[in-house]
Design a binder for this molecule. Structure first.
Ligand SMILES: NC(=O)CC[C@H](N)C(=O)O
Length: 360
């Protein structure tokens, strides 16, 4: 069956449908990772997005029930050059088409993804609709232009509704869940942490009541400006606990210090983004998935230093409080997918949590 990706600027990309037949609107974004598609499909930060993979064959090592970042895939649709029908890997439990059908997500294959990505790079990420029929093209375009898929805050949908505890014998971590990736929890567990996962809008009083040793601010989907009240809460917590934020958590920490965020033209999504640590001048290859960034000019420089910078476009990739054990990064040191080069940041957080003054 023919399938189409119609962009809000009227451009049409044609291919063959696979997976579930399910017309959906989403923000069309691209990821340049060569592997890790299953982790990407299940990362809550992709909520509301139609995903284009630049790697030309997707599905070649199959999918399984383990390598997930949440319980189910969250993408609205998938656009690939070629969807592999003969996966081969010792871990593979199903093929891509089956997985997409089971989860009622539509894919399009046979698309000139190179042309599509060049278009998005030149003209910015676009809203799009993935469909099997263009008969009512005018209506589809109108629906697209009216949809709020981009500016929406998805965190209320994906954050845990009730607090829960993941047992451990080590330090007590309060984790604010904005759409947390499971690998962040797995990494904290590997340090023995006892983790209390909290709804995104937990009050300052309730967070302090836990008497945690450290506060973790998770990744999450959507526009960070939708969570301004959370940033205000974080501002009150900065003096109380060691803090580590990742991605959305980083943006909210910046906002707690007065920073504004802005939308990047086409985002950073991939597993090999170069980031320079401005403290030791080392360059790390990082895993990234974000559409917004902190506006450096608006960050309160009396309180925070910029510690990391993206070498592709110079945007802020990390900040650190000048006097307190509080820091954050825009990229994903927990990887999944991507390199684990930046896992040392978890060591730093855990050292802060244990009160190692050297670490501050
Ligand atoms: N991975 C994330 O936490 C993404 C943060 C935010 N939703 C952005 O797109 O910039």
């Amino acid at each position: 069956m023919k399938a189409y990706l119609l962009l809000e600027d009227g451009c049409i990309f044609e291919g063959e449908a696979f997976g579930g037949v399910n017309q959906q609107i989403g923000e069309v974004v691209f990821n340049t990772s060569m592997t890790g598609y299953q982790e990407i499909f299940t990362d809550y930060s992709y909520q509301g997005q139609i995903l284009v993979m630049t790697y030309p064959m997707i599905g070649n090592y199959g999918l399984n029930y383990d390598d997930v970042e949440s319980q189910k895939p969250v993408i609205k649709g998938l656009v690939v050059r070629e969807a592999c029908t003969t996966p081969s890997n010792w871990k593979s439990e199903m093929g891509l088409d089956y997985y997409m059908k089971q989860n009622n997500i539509m894919g399009i294959e046979g698309v000139d993804t190179r042309m599509l990505v060049k278009h998005l790079r030149d003209h910015g990420t676009k809203r799009g609709i993935i469909t099997t029929s263009l008969e009512n093209k005018k209506d589809l375009l109108n629906n697209l232009l009216e949809s709020n898929v981009v500016e929406k805050s998805y965190t209320p949908e994906v954050s845990t509704k009730n607090p829960y505890i993941i047992p451990g014998n080590g330090p007590k971590i309060a984790l604010m869940d904005f759409g947390v990736k499971l690998n962040i929890i797995r990494v904290l567990q590997s340090y023995g942490c006892q983790i209390t996962v909290l709804p995104y809008n937990t009050s300052v009083e309730d967070i302090l009541k836990i008497r945690a040793d450290g506060l973790f601010l998770s990744n999450g989907p959507g526009n960070p400006e939708g969570l301004i009240s959370v940033a205000q809460n974080i501002q009150k917590l900065v003096n109380e606990l060691p803090i580590f934020g990742i991605c959305m958590g980083h943006q909210l920490l910046g906002m707690s210090a007065g920073a504004k965020t802005f939308k990047l033209p086409f985002g950073h999504r991939g597993a090999n983004h170069p980031v320079k640590d401005l403290i030791n001048n080392r360059v790390y290859i990082t895993s990234q998935n974000h559409g917004y960034a902190i506006d450096e000019d608006t960050l309160n420089k009396n309180l925070y230093n910029v510690t990391h910078r993206n070498l592709n476009d110079g945007t802020v990739e990390g900040i650190k409080h000048k006097y307190l054990p509080v820091f954050s990064v825009q990229y994903h040191p927990e990887a999944s997918p991507g390199p684990m080069d930046s896992k040392y940041l978890f060591d730093q957080f855990l050292n802060n949590v244990k009160g190692d003054k050297q670490a501050v």
